[in-house]
Design a protein around this ligand. Sequence first.
Ligand code: ATP
Ligand code: MG
Length: 181
Amino acid sequence: MSAGRGGARRLFFALWPSPQDCAALVRGFAAALAGAGGRRVPAHNLHLTLEFLGSVPDTALPELAAIGAAAVLPAESVVLDRLEWWRRAAVLVAAAGATPPGLAAFAANLRRSLSERGFRVDSRAFRPHVTLVRDVRAAPAAVAAAPVEWPVEALALVESVPEPGGSRYVPLARWQRAPGA
Ligand code: ATP
Ligand code: MG
């Protein structure tokens, strides 16, 4: 692994979808994506953020890896059934109308583990969502979205590398849910 800039990296924990799950998401929200304008998030960048950490020193990576390895993913799916425009962030997101209880507990445990070890965590409530389009400055037309069921299968610790065309995400570590767990 290369060293981060100035010995630090911009990191977040996310649920990382399989290529099949990404394809299902793009299919389910195709009508919304077609008319949205803005900047589409490339399929390989689609993710569901669990906790955004900001800039973290490289020396903390082993501790983050241990937290990720200890996390037990719930045997659940999250249903992304709403298209929402978040005006302030200027993004169009696929959101879950209901947060599955196992995922809520998982996110809360992860946040607690991180916070107890001194990492910066978000103070806002966890709202499962996948950002589909950025730079959406006007409310999109209301369109139907087919609910997409996304199995909670893989946790990733991801580096966000700023680039002129938009950030590039590099999963540094990934943990799959144990089969049958
Ligand atoms: P860019 O900021 O270059 O437009 P980006 O938002 O995709 O691209 P990051 O800002 O590095 O890249 O964010 C990485 C992930 O963390 C995204 O899912 C983003 O929505 C989320 N995120 C970023 N900042 C915060 C924050 N302050 N609180 C919660 N989540 C955040
Ligand atoms: Mg950002």
